[in-house]
Design a protein around this ligand. Structure first.
Ligand SMILES: [Fe+2]
Length: 288
């Protein structure tokens, strides 16, 4: 058994004030500023799910994938090493910083992403306290949300994530010059999507991260806040063809998106793989 959830994501950040505003005013998440200037972002019972490092640039830094237990972690590390990947065990200091029990890390070459494999993410004894009156985030066994990358080698990446990392195929999509493959590692429709080099993107470009609200009204309220705060939109409110998520996308200074959505459907044992020729059922218009 392979990866069973997206545990956390870490980012570099240029302007802490921008990210504090996005994560609190728009997304209602809870922030803690560490002594070293990094910001930890909390959205559920976990100690934190996002870490932002003040490095002077805006970019994805690493993705943390959860394994169900120590045996599954050891099995995956052995499989990666057998493929020649340089997998190192995380130090006690890194485990403490990430708030996980055990951790291994390696550079994943298909999506060009620093990848961390973990067991035992720390659950906090105190409740999540949102900065606005929101119902909260749909996480738990579905993990944090989903991440989407571009690569020149979609086939190689999909094969790697299915055969080595343990993901299942959800569906395919193709429109204009874009091609995407959607993969799941728990009932969330997709936790990872892999896209070709469409839209002028380079290989390894991080497209977006998605957070899922428990209540659709919170997406609507957040949309108003985002518009009032003049966040540029990649896509306005709309509904996706494949996962049925109602969402909007904010363009961040890192040139990647933050998707805030609701209502994703779940993949069950009778799931049928489909091909979709459009990403949206309606809406998701690109602002002029
Ligand atoms: Fe998405």
């Amino acid at each position: 058994m392979g990866v069973n959830a997206l545990a956390y994501v870490t980012f570099d950040m240029a302007d802490p004030a921008y990210w504090q505003s996005l994560y609190t005013r728009v997304l209602g998440m809870q922030l803690t500023e560490r002594a070293d200037g990094a910001i930890e972002v909390r959205c559920d019972e976990m100690h934190h799910r996002i870490t932002l490092y003040p490095t002077g640039t805006d970019a994805l830094r690493s993705v943390g994938w959860q394994l169900p237990d120590a045996e599954a972690l050891d099995d995956l590390v052995a499989k990666l090493r057998a493929r020649g990947l340089d997998v190192t065990e995380g130090s006690a200091e890194l485990c403490a910083e990430r708030r996980v029990h055990r951790l291994y890390r390696f550079f994943e070459p298909f999506l060009s992403v620093e990848t961390e494999l973990i067991v035992g993410q720390h659950s906090d004894r105190y409740a999540f306290v949102p900065t606005r009156g929101i119902a909260g985030y749909r996480t738990g066994p579905l993990g944090l949300g989903h991440v989407v990358f571009h690569t020149h080698d979609v086939e190689g990446a999909v094969t790697f994530y299915r055969e080595v990392m343990g993901f299942g195929l959800s569906d395919y999509m193709g429109w204009a010059d874009a091609a995407a493959v959607f993969l799941h590692c728990n009932p969330r429709h997709h936790t990872l999507a892999i896209m070709n080099l469409c839209m002028g993107r380079k290989s390894g470009h991080f497209n977006h991260i998605m957070f899922e609200a428990l209540d659709y009204d919170d997406v609507g309220y957040a949309y108003d806040v985002a518009r009032d705060d003049r966040h540029p939109m990649i896509m306005d409110l709309g509904k996706h063809t494949n996962d049925h998520v109602h969402s909007f996308y904010i363009r961040t200074p890192g040139d990647y998106g933050v998707e805030y959505g609701w209502g994703g459907r779940l993949v069950g044992p009778d799931w049928q793989v489909r091909f979709y020729d459009q990403p949206m059922l309606y809406g998701h218009r690109i602002p002029r």
